[in-house]
Design a protein. Structure first.
Lengths: 483, 450
């Protein structure tokens, strides 16, 4: 039932909006709204019940295990939320003077410094509001760098074929042509293909490392040399930073610009699809182009860095300073973890992934890159199973929902047929992983004994398999009252 | 270890299963020369008690002020239920609803949100949100250019939020789109319709129309919309969602209505929080839906014919279309939209209208009181919604600094963005202020100017 179907004409909440209609108005008649606003007319209790019930139709980290590759679904500590929502923080206006926000700005400044330290970059800007925006900003800086040198010939961005879809989409949004390069049989970028692709037209290379195939790009130093020698810059997509945090710094791998997904590695909530937050880090030569605002410290005072300080900045990419409240949550998380905790993240994420990979292999699943270590994630391919039984990776994913697990990432990366990209974050216990393996084994048996049942999954959710084709053909995007 | 549940025994068993001696072994594919060793520059970990004390100390340092700054972010009362429900773990810690059957809560909520925003803006359809108002406008500009075919030019009056204009420029300039800024009338504070309609801008893809504009002033939206359409261009409305409960929505502007409506969703139940996270909204007419960026939710049926909700029209998106997507946007601002949907359910149509009307009335009331103080004048003659530009008889920076000493953030200093307006301050009043608050402001200003 939709909230609109609970609506009764004339019902309203009396305590939460002005008790009497305002008497004064200076708005000319011709600008006044004549049509009705179709918001529901419901009580507070109706609202609370309706949305509480809706919440119960969701999977979430708080209720289920999410072995969701490339998404780093780790536990979101409660203190990060409650402390970021202290009334002084949430009531602070973004344009309030700097001297009324020194506590907030101190947190932002220290977060910048910590992110610099763990990534080995020379500067960090907290502005980007999501991974894709971090990418956009990063590629804009690459462009600004080349143009500042009068080099307008660099029109191409190189992207491995295993990359996230946002990489090529971002390059195009920045006005670049995308050149895709292939991956070799071990999951590394094909070095010869890279060498053939670079030239005076190369603006840069966008790379995720460990890659979306769940393996560390062994030739990263050589790739860095090849791209730099051709005059291009290296972009690090931080989607998989959780796998190497405290082990390897993107700065040491030769990257010139990076983004860090705080909603992955630094445990800010996914919120059902945002808000994300993706600070960008840059090497020395890109410092002048960083997006503003940035927080700086002078003596014991914090202030915003603006256009005046950075005349070559690529500018502002949000109305204020990005998702400030998300940044506060990440700051609290890094302070809770501290130095030791930073090192432990990648160790235990990697331990969990390699353990789960070993156990699933023993259970009879085919691993896509069996001769490689898992980073913090790995790929199972269902190709043989599909060929024999017709049961697909998606069918298995949906059956996992019935067993109380969120599905792994399916059909990404696009290179591996019938793939499941599995990432068990470091906050999951051995018991959870063991129970997951038991369920995966059960599904293998079900595929043998009752394949049609598996193909019809899920069976226990609030709805069964939904008709996507109908949704796209007979668009129903907005509720309308029946006449 | 914080948030890592493994016991020593677990680690030993797991390593044995893998066939590795230590966790270090698991990193043996990383070339030795790249391994960084001990991190420096990261402080030692704090306990929850310690971080609580630290954050309380910092929060107390920032304290509370009586806030009269608007300028794109507005203080409204947020009913208690909004964030209590929004921060339920099932919303807070859930993933993007790609697995529709396990995400019906979020998906249905987003469908309800789209329905509410479409009605509020008077448009046919809405997407499931953008990052913020500024980026929503930039995406609307890109969308208009994609749909227009012949022109890559966007007209934006200087009465649009100056930072929005900067963000639009930063984003669209990558695609060789020209942004032309249009003048405003220094008497009315409106986009200068007379001057604009006499000028020849050549072929252009869209005209941006703010309502209310950055000065709080109400624009001649009907005339501007019809003018854009007469030039074969799209009309993009940038609107305040609270104001839409009172004002003609973009879908009804002029003879045909605007084509795209965008804006900052923050006034709908999102706290000010130093600027974010907020959310941008975007709605449009039916014929543009396939050019719309971002996530869109559709209602459909399951195998049993039961109603359900899915992400739809995904063929526009980056994870399917890669370099040919309508935008690179992936994540949106889902949790903020959750809060906004609950907020709009709690206010209902009448509550939202009263909030809008009270904010407007309070602004009139304050301006009336301040105008009685010698030398304070309204800068523009045209009616405004819940923000008004006042010209101060003394340096606006000094006046605001004095008010701050009294615990009042008296408004947004326009000097940096509009030096031609002199000592102009943009003052915003919402329903959160009482008559006594307004009297306090007037008394403090009188003192500050004495």
């Amino acid at each position: 039932m939709l909230i609109f179907e609970h609506s009764r004409k004339g019902r309203r909440n009396y305590s939460q909006s002005p008790a009497t209609p305002a008497s004064k108005s200076a708005i000319p008649q011709n600008l006044l709204r004549k049509s009705k606003v179709l918001l529901p007319e419901v009580s507070e209790m109706d609202t609370v019940r309706h949305y509480t019930r809706l919440s119960q139709k969701n999977f979430s980290i708080d209720t289920e295990f999410y072995p969701l590759g490339s998404c780093t679904m780790k536990y979101n500590p409660r203190a990060c939320n409650s402390l970021a929502m202290l009334p002084q923080f949430i009531s602070r206006h973004p344009s309030a003077p700097e001297d009324t926000g020194q506590g907030f700005l101190a947190c932002m400044y220290e977060l910048q410094e910590i992110l610099k330290a763990v990534t080995g970059m020379a500067g960090v800007s907290l502005t980007p509001m999501a991974g894709a925006q971090g990418e956009l900003i990063g590629v804009m800086m690459i462009r600004a760098y080349h143009e500042s040198r009068g080099d307008f010939a660099r029109t191409e961005i190189i992207v491995p074929d295993a990359a996230h879809g946002t990489n090529p989409a971002t390059a195009v949004m920045c006005g670049f042509k995308v050149v895709e390069i292939a991956t070799d049989k071990d999951g590394n970028v094909d070095l010869d293909a890279l060498k053939a692709a670079v030239g005076p037209q190369t603006a840069g290379l966008m790379l995720t490392n460990p890659s979306t195939l769940g393996v560390f790009e062994k030739n990263v130093a050589e790739m860095s040399r090849v791209v730099h020698e051709a005059g291009g810059l290296l972009y690090y997509d931080g989607a998989n930073l959780n796998a190497v945090l405290g082990k390897v710094k993107p700065g040491d791998m030769g990257f010139d610009v990076i983004h860090i997904n705080l909603h992955k590695t630094f445990s800010t909530p996914h919120g059902g699809g945002g808000p994300g937050s993706a600070p960008v880090g840059v090497a020395e030569r890109l410092l002048p182009f960083m997006p503003i605002p940035i927080v700086t410290k002078e003596g014991d005072k914090y202030r915003w860095v603006t256009e005046k300080d950075k005349p070559q900045t690529i500018g502002r990419l949000s109305a204020h300073m990005g998702n400030a409240g998300v940044l506060l949550r990440a700051y609290i998380y890094v302070r809770l973890l501290g130095l030791q905790g930073m090192h432990r993240i990648s160790e235990f994420a990697t331990l969990n992934a390699n353990y789960l990979m070993a156990e699933l292999r023993k259970a009879g699943f085919e691993i896509a890159y069996p001769n490689r270590r898992a980073s913090h994630e790995f790929i199972v391919t269902m190709k043989d199973i599909k060929d024999k039984t017709g049961v697909t990776a998606m069918n298995l994913a949906k059956r996992l929902l019935d067993k109380g697990y969120h599905a792994p990432t399916t059909y990404f990366p696009l290179l591996v047929p019938e793939c499941l990209l599995i990432e068990p974050a470091e906050t999951e216990s051995k018991e959870t992983l063991d129970a997951f393996v038991v369920s995966m084994k059960e599904i293998l048996q079900e595929i043998e004994s009752q394949p049609d049942m598996v193909k019809g999954a899920p069976h226990t959710m609030s709805v069964r398999k939904l008709d996507d084709v109908k949704a796209a053909r007979e668009l129903d995007l907005v509720w309308k009252p029946s006449a | 270890m914080p948030f890592i549940p493994h016991t020593e025994e677990d680690v030993a068993e797991m390593l044995a299963s893998i066939g590795a001696k230590s966790t270090e072994d698991l990193f043996d594919e990383i070339p030795k020369e790249l391994v960084s060793g001990e991190l420096t520059g990261v402080p030692a970990g704090l306990s929850e008690l310690e971080i609580t004390r630290l954050m309380m100390e910092r929060a107390n340092k920032d304290g509370f002020y009586q806030n009269y700054i608007g300028a794109g972010a507005y203080e409204h009362h947020i009913p208690a239920a909004v964030w209590q429900i929004t921060t339920r773990g099932e919303f807070y810690s859930s993933y993007t609803p790609y697995q529709a059957e396990a995400s019906q809560g979020t998906l249905q909520l987003l469908y309800e949100y789209q329905s509410m925003m479409a009605s509020l803006t008077g448009m046919d359809v809405s997407n499931a949100s953008m990052y913020d108002g500024a980026t929503a406008l930039a995406e609307a500009a890109l969308m208009a250019v994609r749909s227009h075919k012949t022109s890559r030019k966007i007209l934006i009056p200087k009465t649009v939020h100056p930072i929005y204009r900067q963000v639009v420029r930063a984003i669209v300039s990558n695609q060789k789109i020209e942004v032309v800024e249009l003048p405003f009338d220094s008497k009315t504070g409106q986009a200068d319709l007379a001057a604009i309609s006499k000028s020849d801008y050549g072929d252009f893809a869209a005209l941006v129309i703010p309502q209310p504009n950055f000065f709080g002033v109400l624009e001649q939206v009907d005339e501007l919309t019809d003018w854009a359409h007469s030039k074969n261009a799209f009309a993009i409305g940038v609107v305040n969602p609270t104001a839409l409960a009172m004002l003609t929505p973009p879908g009804e502007w002029g003879s045909k209505g605007a084509d795209i409506a965008v804006g900052e969703g923050q006034p709908l139940g999102i706290p000010l929080s130093s600027g974010g996270p907020y959310f941008g909204f975007m709605a449009c007419k039916n014929d543009l839906v396939r050019q719309m960026p971002g996530r869109i939710i559709g209602r459909t049926t399951d195998l049993d014919g039961k109603e359900g909700f899915v992400l739809t029209l995904q063929a526009r998106e980056q994870h399917i279309r890669r370099s040919k997507a309508t935008s690179n946007i992936c994540t949106n601002q889902g949790l903020m939209v959750t809060a906004a949907t609950i907020y709009m359910s709690l206010t209902g149509p009448e509550g939202l209208r009263r909030i809008a009307a009270q904010s407007h009335a309070n602004t009139l009331e304050l301006v009336e009181q301040l105008e009685k103080i010698g030398g304070v004048k309204r800068t523009f003659s045209t009616p405004a919604f819940h923000e008004t530009v006042l010209t101060m008889p003394k340096s606006s920076a000094d006046v605001l600094a004095k008010l701050k000493q009294k615990g009042i953030l008296g408004g947004f200093d326009l000097n940096a963005h509009y030096p031609e307006l002199g000592n102009a301050v943009l003052v915003c009043v919402t329903e959160t202020k009482t008559t006594a608050d307004l009297r306090d402001y007037a008394a403090a200003l009188k003192q500050a100017l004495a």
